[in-house]
Design a protein around this ligand. Structure first.
Ligand SMILES: [Mg+2]
Length: 192
């Protein structure tokens, strides 16, 4: 875990222009699950089945990101079949569950993808995400993240986890690379 002094993240006080450049460089989006792709709630049925709720808008955002050439990966401390199912539905090929050390797992993914940390964004909500947020070119805290993660992040979303935070970040990355307007135009063209 990072020492408090390491919270002087290079991008924490970055200008809007610097953030735009950082967003435009991202090729790999890594995501925590609970509190990021969900609102952090977990429901158990009487049969012991775990249930989570995902945002369909986040899902479309992930598809659009991947269609634009971006890569997506999941790094989560817990482990559940639902996450595997949701990942398969969205075509997320990189799924690391039951991860205690997220920095090590993220480091391995970045290396396997042949990318750099500057080309990587990570969205988190709680303390286990802190070392990865500090390391990434774009470290993101969702709006309702713990205060330490908010303080460390390059970007804090307007929307909370499970309610569009991932979509918000993806839109910002696609806008930064100049891809978003074309995506909207293609959708408009389909309907006319
Ligand atoms: Mg979490």
């Amino acid at each position: 875990m990072a020492e408090p002094s390491n919270l002087q993240h290079a991008g924490r006080d970055a200008t809007a222009e610097d953030l735009h450049e950082r967003l435009a460089r991202v090729q790999l989006l890594l995501l925590d699950v609970d509190g990021v792709l969900t609102d952090g709630g977990v429901t158990w049925t009487n049969d012991g089945i775990e249930q989570k709720t995902f945002s369909i808008r986040d899902g479309l955002g992930i598809r659009l990101w991947q269609q634009s050439g971006g890569r997506t990966g999941i790094v989560t401390g817990r482990s559940s079949h639902i996450v595997q199912l949701r990942s398969e539905e969205l075509g997320i090929g990189i799924v690391r569950q039951g991860i205690d050390d997220k920095l090590s797992a993220a480091t391995a993914i970045v290396t396997e993808c042949g990318l750099s940390w500057e080309q990587t964004a990570f969205i988190g909500d709680d303390l286990p995400d802190l070392p990865v947020v500090l390391r990434c070119g774009v470290g993101v805290a969702v709006a309702d993240a713990c205060p330490e993660l908010v303080a460390a992040a390059n970007l804090v979303t307007r929307l909370p986890g499970g309610r569009g935070a991932v979509r918000e970040v993806i839109e910002r990355m696609l806008k930064a690379r100049g891809s978003w307007d074309g995506i909207v135009r293609r959708h408009a063209a389909v309907r006319t």
